[in-house]
Design a protein around this ligand. Structure first.
Ligand SMILES: Nc1ncnc2c1ncn2[C@@H]1O[C@H](COP(=O)(O)OP(=O)(O)O)[C@@H](O)[C@H]1O
Ligand SMILES: [Mg+2]
Length: 307
């Protein structure tokens, strides 16, 4: 059942189309990644979903048991890209305060704040001032704040982008856990994060949706055979010339040449493999490594971003 339905949404600033005519839906229980390079329109989209900015046109509908709700905001929890906290408050005070803003009584807020602070691993630090929290701790505090009113849809804008590897791992683990109990939509420009945890991706570019769908379907549909060849030694000028020649063969769709290796997206894996070996032998090129595989989602992402 669709929880969120976005219908031909656009946002125009003066002449600039930050978001152009995007449509997608989010099913209940799914984890959706909004992907795209900087400037693609992710934050603008999220800000429209959360009601922070008004769309220029288009509709956003949230359904509760199949019925559209009038005001979607109480059903959403939101963590902005750059959350700001009152550094003089303790973590506990801040989450309680957020709960009360969402209409919980003080007692309810305190009880749930304690639960969530424990869930996000901030129980021990909960009485300390936020000013002394690390980036990862602040991000986890942001999660507690966004979840205190038990939203149906959790929306996170680049939740891991600013974190160090440890903080990043913590937040991804937390997301994986939360995925079991709530619907999540998060933006990221790091494809790997999306690939790790989400079911559905929406890839944006220049304010438009470039590719969207279930992650598995997209993998099946777009993955192409790729060959990586590491040849001879780099100081041999013949190697470079040979690689350039190979990259122009009709079975090569795209190529990337490095100093002594090349990555080729090919139309026919078997044919390419045979031809490359044959050609290398004819030219007396020594192949040190030869790998045949499939393109990754990262390759697809780069292709979309660069096209
Ligand atoms: N308030 C604004 N006024 C004018 N242009 C804006 C505003 N906010 C965003 N934009 C422009 O809209 C585009 C999309 O921005 P944004 O949604 O922040 O992208 P992302 O989050 O994917 O990096 C960018 O070109 C950005 O410069
Ligand atoms: Mg952004």
């Amino acid at each position: 059942m669709a929880l969120l339905q976005v219908d031909r949404l656009s946002k125009i600033y003066q002449q600039h189309h930050a978001v152009q005519d995007i449509s997608f839906s989010v099913e209940e229980g799914q984890c959706v990644a909004l992907l795209g390079p900087n400037g693609a329109g992710k934050t603008t989209t999220i800000n429209m979903l959360t009601g922070l900015i008004q769309p220029t046109s288009g509709g956003i509908h949230l359904y509760q048991q199949g019925t559209k709700v009038e005001d979607r905001r109480p059903y959403m929890g939101y963590l902005p890209q750059m959350p700001s906290f009152y550094s003089w408050m303790s973590g506990r005070e801040f989450v309680c305060y957020a709960g009360q803003l969402h209409g919980l009584t003080r007692k309810e807020a305190e009880q749930r704040a304690a639960e969530w602070l424990q869930r996000v691993g901030l129980e021990e630090a909960s009485r300390r001032k936020i000013g002394g929290y690390s980036g990862g701790m602040k991000q986890r505090l942001g999660f507690a704040q966004a979840l205190i009113h038990r939203p149906k849809l959790l929306i996170l804008d680049e939740p891991v982008s600013a974190l160090d590897p440890v903080g990043r791992r913590d937040v991804l683990n937390l997301l994986r856990e939360l995925q079991q109990e709530t619907t999540i939509l998060f933006s990221t420009h790091v494809l790997h994060d999306a690939e790790e945890i989400c079911d559905q991706i929406i890839m944006m570019r220049d304010g438009r949706v470039a590719i969207q769908g279930q992650l598995d379907d997209i993998r099946d549909r777009y993955s192409e055979p790729v060959i990586t060849v590491v040849a001879g030694n780099a100081s041999n000028p013949q190697v470079k010339a040979w690689m350039t020649e190979i990259s122009r063969k009709p079975y090569v769709l795209r190529s990337e040449l490095q100093r002594e290796s090349m990555t080729l997206t090919v139309s026919d894996l078997e044919l390419a493999e045979r031809e490359i070996w044959k050609d290398a032998m004819q030219h007396r090129i020594f192949i040190r490594r030869f790998e045949a595989g499939q393109s990754t989602l990262e390759d697809l992402f780069l292709k979309v971003v660069q096209s």
